[in-house]
Design a protein around this ligand. Structure first.
Ligand SMILES: [Cu+2]
Length: 237
């Protein structure tokens, strides 16, 4: 008798869980030959930065794997009309995100956070960096020198924005692009090209995939009671 009741309870709970939210998953693929990256000769001319490299690094705007897996694509959920989902940030309760300066480069170069979520900016190098944010969406401009071994800088941003620029005024090749969402429904594709947006409530949405160089693509999706798969393919046109 008890077993039946427990079985029913577990069954009911699983059904309820499944009906309340689902994950959106997919793979981002790059088709064709990615454009050539730029060789960073400037970095070699800097005494401190240059000594960390035996040959000049290149940019990595197109992070394409062996089988076309495309990393650094920011996938985000919009409403059914393609408008930003706002007022749903859980940023203040999330763990801090980290943007490091290592080898005189920002790493990661593409990062996504929520409004109100802590973003720590670290200097892992033996030289001074200057962390300078440039917003086109009304987020505050920060411009702070950071000494080697200095404490992490701690930022939060109030406004949603795609690819807000972080630069360094001392090293003109240093850039990162941080996207900010007013909800938790976004993901950045990894080296395997995969992304996952978790716990999306049922409903009709627009899913948007943004690559900083290759532009944006959208797909209409509906979340019901099971996971939704939506892949995207980018190419150079
Ligand atoms: Cu710098």
């Amino acid at each position: 008798m008890n077993k039946i009741i427990i079985g029913l309870a577990v069954g009911f709970f699983s059904a309820w869980q499944a009906a309340s939210a689902a994950d959106i998953v997919g793979v981002i693929t790059f088709k064709g030959t990615p454009p050539l990256e730029y060789t960073n000769n400037l970095i070699m001319q800097d005494p401190t930065c240059g000594q960390m490299y035996s040959s000049p690094p290149t940019t990595h705007f197109y992070a394409v794997g062996q089988n076309g897996e495309l990393a650094d694509v920011v996938v985000s959920l919009k409403d059914a009309n393609g408008k930003n989902i706002t007022g749903q940030s859980t940023g203040p309760s999330q763990p801090a995100a980290l943007l490091d300066q290592k080898g005189c480069l920002y790493t990661p170069q593409i990062l996504a956070i929520q409004t109100g979520q802590k973003l720590l900016v670290r200097n892992s190098d033996q030289c001074v960096h200057n962390v300078h944010t440039v917003s086109t969406a009304g987020n505050p401009e920060h411009n702070e020198a950071q000494l080697p071994g200095g404490p992490d800088l701690n930022f939060t941003f109030p406004k949603p924005e795609m690819f807000m620029t972080f630069k360094c005024d001392i090293h003109p090749w240093m850039f990162a692009w941080v996207s900010i969402f007013d909800n938790p429904y976004f993901s950045t594709s990894g080296k395997d090209g995969k992304f996952i947006i978790k716990n999306v409530p049922p409903g009709k949405y627009t899913l948007e995939a943004d690559h900083r160089k290759l532009g944006a693509q959208t797909a209409e999706i509906e979340v019901k009671d099971s996971d939704v798969t939506q892949n995207f393919t980018f190419e150079v046109k």
